[in-house]
Design a protein around this ligand. Structure first.
Ligand SMILES: Nc1ncnc2c1ncn2[C@@H]1O[C@H](COP(=O)(O)OP(=O)(O)OP(=O)(O)O)[C@@H](O)[C@H]1O
Length: 559
């Protein structure tokens, strides 16, 4: 492979030793010189040598001139550099870069080089700055919303102590708003925020706060573009601004599923270097009424009930999820009705794969290409017509839980997540159906989320990768005012069968995926993780690539 052209190569002092330091447009590298007498090679290197270090330019955060007054920080202690070395190399500059620590964690690391000549230092600083300016995709101006009451109420502190200094070092300017009430960020984004001034929106909080941000941004984009969100057949207009999350919530499952860890410093560094990750978004409708968007979990039944109950116990902090989980487990409600769904038959992966979707996932890339090239209709059009496709299936029965996981939904409570192999941006969601079963069996299923055992390998659990789905609860009486939500255990029932013949043709809208979750009558509860949904029925409509994620940054654009 051809080497990138060299830009600089000098021998510089680092921790009282002379290093050969080289810079090209791809990386900064430094290598200890074997002998002081050895002549410094003027050839330009672009590869890491044994015993050397290199940092991709894309992971350099900043460079600045620093003092070389004879003292430098070494191994956490101040040490005196021999006067002769300081005299020979009196001009210093410090490069801050990303260091990858174990388990997806990133840290900011500094390396200080000393030069013999002020002009040389100036040359290094300017050349590195020029390289950083040439990088595209790095944000310069960010709008930051902090939820001071997310998680353990540490959002403001986390931002001020861990994130703001990094943004400042990387010369990222910020306009910070500390929210004063729920939906403050959403409403500000919908109406007041001057989005042209910013390269991205960052939320400091949990999944609920992230949900506010996506609702504000997507709604505003649709309104500005004249798209009626209530019309599920309309294609959503992508939004150009990206979203980042600094985790400061209770579960932070979006951070876990995208970055692999809920660490504020790691997230801030991903934002600074401009990492991006596409992310699917689901829209949920009831008949002709838009309910909400979702990027993580839609839960009906057990999880919906847990989330509803836990919202009322927010004062308990993160432990509210355990409390409400136990309560709902003991309640053992089940819901009777019909689930119909359109299987994603054209995808390479299945929910039972033992793979984890991460940035650069080939399945998502392949699905993105499919969506743009094959001209297939993934269900943007009228649900009643696409429903007649041969891929539709219908399942009737009694369910303890009906969940749709658009990402793994991993979190500290469930390290693998609800659907460990779910993809972030393949235009599908994993529909998980837990049929009515005994409490003991249900407990077995729940406990498998916390272990390595397969939570789907149980007779009363099934998982389908779908493009759209709907749920129609069974009415108990002729007026349809009551819903089948009796208590008690018992054997599960219900059957899977192919549904209805396909229509002669489907509308050609390759980019928009559609999920249906439709109820004819008011159901008990429908929730996405972290916040309550109106007790109303829904059609979920999924927009592949409509939302793009950056490490933990979302770009509502670029299908
Ligand atoms: N200033 C505020 N006062 C009260 N509620 C707020 C405020 N700002 C935001 N909220 C609301 O708080 C809710 C929860 O916030 P967030 O998601 O940040 O924390 P969490 O629920 O503890 O974490 P997770 O969603 O990861 O479980 C959000 O739905 C948001 O609408």
């Amino acid at each position: 492979m051809e080497k990138p052209p060299g830009l600089l190569s000098y021998s510089l002092l680092l921790k009282n030793r002379v290093y050969e330091v080289t810079l090209n447009c791809a990386q900064l590298a430094w290598k200890k010189l074997q002998s002081k007498k050895k002549r410094v090679s003027r050839s330009i290197h672009n590869s890491c040598k044994v015993g050397g270090f290199c940092v991709p330019v894309s992971e350099i955060l900043a460079v600045r001139e620093t003092e070389a007054d004879g003292r430098t920080k070494h191994n956490g202690r101040w040490q005196k550099i021999p006067q002769s070395a300081t005299e020979v190399y009196p001009y210093a500059f410090t490069v801050s870069y990303v260091e990858r620590v174990k388990r997806h964690r990133w840290r900011c690391k500094d390396v200080t080089f000393q030069c013999a000549d002020g002009t040389v230092r100036q040359q290094w600083v300017q050349t590195i700055r020029d390289q950083l300016s040439a990088l595209t995709g790095r944000p310069k101006h960010l709008l930051v919303y902090i939820n001071p009451y997310g998680g353990q109420n540490r959002g403001k502190q986390i931002y001020e102590e861990k994130v703001a200094p990094l943004f400042s070092r990387a010369s990222v300017s910020t306009y910070v708003i500390v929210t004063e009430h729920a939906n403050h960020a959403r409403d500000h984004l919908k109406t007041d925020a001057d989005l042209k001034k910013y390269d991205g929106v960052v939320c400091v909080g949990g999944d609920g706060m992230f949900s506010e941000i996506i609702h504000g941004l997507i709604s505003r984009t649709q309104r500005d573009s004249g798209v009626d969100q209530n019309r599920k057949e309309e294609e959503l207009v992508p939004c150009a601004i990206r979203i980042g999350i600094i985790p400061a919530g209770s579960t932070d499952c979006i951070c876990y599923a995208t970055v692999g860890i809920n660490d504020p410093v790691t997230s801030a560094l991903h934002i600074i270097v401009g990492d991006s990750q596409p992310l699917d978004v689901c829209s949920v409708h009831h008949n002709s009424t838009f309910l909400r968007y979702s990027v993580s979990l839609l839960g009906y039944g057990f999880y919906g009930d847990v989330l509803t109950d836990s919202e009322r116990k927010r004062w308990m902090g993160p432990v509210r999820y355990d409390f409400s989980g136990l309560k709902m487990f003991l309640t053992h409600n089940y819901y009777e009705g019909t689930v119909s769904f359109l299987s994603a038959t054209d995808v390479l992966a299945t929910p039972r794969d033992r793979t984890t979707c991460r940035a650069g996932c080939s399945t998502c890339q392949h699905s993105g290409a499919l969506g743009s090239e094959d001209g297939q209709d993934y269900g943007t059009g009228d649900i009643s017509s696409s429903e007649h496709s041969g891929n539709w299936r219908m399942i009737r029965g009694k369910f303890l839980a009906i969940n749709a996981a658009s990402m793994s939904c991993a979190c500290p409570r469930s390290p693998k997540g609800l659907s460990p192999a779910a993809h972030l941006a393949d235009g599908t969601t994993d529909l998980i159906l837990v049929r009515k079963c005994s409490r003991v069996n249900f407990l077995r299923h729940l406990l498998r989320h916390t272990s390595k055992d397969d939570q789907f390998d149980l007779s009363f659990v099934e998982v389908h990768r779908v493009r759209k789905f709907r749920f129609t609860p069974r009415r108990r009486d002729s007026d349809g005012d009551l819903w089948a939500a009796p208590r008690g255990g018992g054997a599960s029932e219900g059957a899977v069968r192919p549904d209805l013949p396909g229509p002669p043709s489907l509308r050609q809208r390759p980019r928009l995926q559609q999920l249906e979750l439709r109820r004819r009558d008011p159901p008990p509860r429908l929730h996405r993780s972290g916040s309550a949904l109106p007790a109303d029925s829904a059609v979920c409509q999924r927009d592949r690539g409509g939302v793009h994620f950056q490490g933990h940054r979302l770009t509502l654009s670029q299908c």
